[in-house]
Design a protein around this ligand. Sequence first.
Ligand code: ATP
Ligand code: MG
Ligand code: MG
Ligand code: MG
Length: 482
Amino acid sequence: MRASEVRQKFFDFFKSKGHVIVASAPMVVKNDPSLMFTNAGMNQFKDIFLGNREPEFLKVADSQKCLRVSGKHNDLEEVGHDTYHHTMFEMLGNWSFGDYFKNEAIDWAWEFLTGELRIDKDRLYATVFEGDEKDEVDRDNEAAERWKNYLPDDHIINGNKKDNFWEMGDVGPCGPCSEIHIDLRSDDEIAQTPGSELVNKDHPEVIEIWNLVFIQYNRKADGKLTSLPQKHVDTGMGFERLCRVLQKKKSNYDTDVFQPIIQQIASLTDVKYGASDDSDIAMRVIADHIRTIAFSITDGQLPSNNKAGYVIRRILRRAVRYAYTFLEVRKPFLSGLLPALIETMGDAYPELKAQKGLIDKVIHEEEESFLKTLATGIALLDKIIDETLQKNYTVVDGKVAFELYDTFGFPLDLTELILSEKDLVVNRKEFETEMEAQKARARNAASVETGDWVVLKDDNEEEFVGYDFCETEVFITRYRKV
Ligand code: ATP
Ligand code: MG
Ligand code: MG
Ligand code: MG
């Protein structure tokens, strides 16, 4: 089943259960000091859960563009090395705002996976919250009892607070969650070790696919939980993981969500996917990062030197360096992946098509400017690595990392990534001291900071619809297709 059909089936199914299908919120979050990027489907409904906004519909479903590269959820290190964590991914979700609760959420999740999509029931596991004495919360027997209609006892697993209790923050709405995991190992392997022992243990073939959150408590400032008058359901399912399951692949990257991009990388670099571990990781990282970069730009966040903009710049430079080191790319090539990205996601997210010209231009310029200093920076770093290894040291001077940052545009985490490949680390304290000293120098110089005005026009088919203010203090002139 093609990815686009999977997404459509999800929408159709929940529509048939009375849900209204709503659009994804932008991946870039504005006007919320606690969050730079949308990291879960619930973000756009936060005010409803907090009781600050009335829901327009009581039952909705959507596919939300999420990014997990900062804050509470940061999966950056996993990306490309494992087969199922991405920086940007789609989270399919269904929601009840004070309408249905646990029973329907569980029944429909089961019906969708095993009825509609015909996933093998024997391979599914459900986790339920085991309870917590300190919070005076019992095991989630309601969820467990409902699962008993579908699963044998040894497929219903108790889970701890970390995995099975969701909280928005120190105070506010929260509640237990029940997750669906799937065991994709061979029958032989399953006969040797039951899947129940591998759930939530980072096994690459026993993975979490769907989280059903039951928002039923409110945590007060004194830490105590009270029951909410209105109970809500908030679910999130990894779209790329679901596609992998349905397409019977070993990795999310082998599905039609990623393969066109990976094949385009292969053809542009003349390196086959499968040629070596290093080049495969590089291709997966690049295929992942191009999505993040492109969607950030369409959603109003250009690469820049601060906050969310710097997160995107770091990701872009990380992709460029993987291409440089492992695929021998010496010229800008990332924007050459846009046609493949548009092929895989352009129908579901037309903003990609509408803003292709903008994305192309921004990526090309960023890449070109970083490539100018990358080779010299890498040569310097290689020399430092050799010297450090020769001395049998494991820590690299923070001043070197700062020079790489300041002169060659290497974000600290990029330097750290390159060093970690040789089991070396940076003296962060020294790096930070250098950074502080530079900031002080800048303040003393009393430089006047000005925001940049970026006026970019895509093509003639678009009309100007107004200015948009971004966190980076960059103004983007927005155009809408006519
Ligand atoms: P995991 O334990 O695998 O890291 P999670 O518990 O952090 O996942 P949730 O916050 O429960 O994830 O998000 C809901 C669903 O979103 C998960 O069940 C999973 O299918 C999907 N998901 C989470 N993180 C990622 C990611 N980085 N890339 C792709 N899909 C993800
Ligand atoms: Mg996680
Ligand atoms: Mg988890
Ligand atoms: Mg989870």
